[in-house]
Design a protein around this ligand. Structure first.
Ligand code: A8S
Length: 162
């Protein structure tokens, strides 16, 4: 039981959500995985290993000035029908250990217009040398930035149906 308690407390769950009003009523999460640089302002480059499918891996190179340079990320689960994208960070030189995120897209009526709500949540280990507040502040700001940009660029392509 101690093991269980210890395991449980290594993780912190924080949900963040944003409600960008995307033009299409059904987004396509698989379009997000191989071209994150289109909607993640801090991603400079993305190199895919293989096709976009469950299990495939991408390497992200981020803009300079951040506390990391690269991240290796695996597509853990993808469902374009249910609009779910689940990604796990499996390597890189960043401090986000055991980070994984879940992004879902939902058709909603927003201001009397059909739109898409995108919700992203994450779990991550809190390293000894950081507080939960610091890590959450850092990640939540990045996710908020990404989701806001996604809402802005979605008109062109990303949120259209698969
Ligand atoms: C995402 C979410 C995050 C990405 C973070 C939190 C990151 O790409 C950046 C800076 C870092 O220090 C960590 O969905 C890492 O992309 C922008 C390189 C992982």
């Amino acid at each position: 039981e101690m093991e269980y308690v210890r395991w449980f407390h290594r993780y912190e769950l924080v949900a963040t959500s944003a409600t960008p009003s995307l033009p299409s009523t059904s987004g396509c999460p698989s379009k997000l995985f191989d071209q994150p640089q289109i909607y993640k302002p801090f991603v400079r480059k993305c190199v895919m290993r293989g096709n976009v499918e469950t299990g495939s891996v991408r390497e992200i190179i981020v803009q300079s000035g951040l506390p990391a340079t690269r991240s290796i990320e695996r597509l853990e689960f993808l469902d374009d029908n249910e609009h779910i994208l689940h990604v796990k960070f499996i390597g890189g030189d960043h401090m986000l250990k055991n980070y994984s995120s879940t992004l879902t897209m939902h058709s909603e009526v927003i201001d009397s217009q059909p739109g898409t709500v995108v919700i992203e949540s994450f779990v991550v280990d809190i390293p000894e040398e950081n507080t939960k507040e610091d890590i959450c502040y850092f990640v939540e700001n990045l996710l908020r930035c990404n989701l806001r940009t996604l809402a802005d660029v979605s008109e062109e392509s990303l949120a259209s149906p698969c």
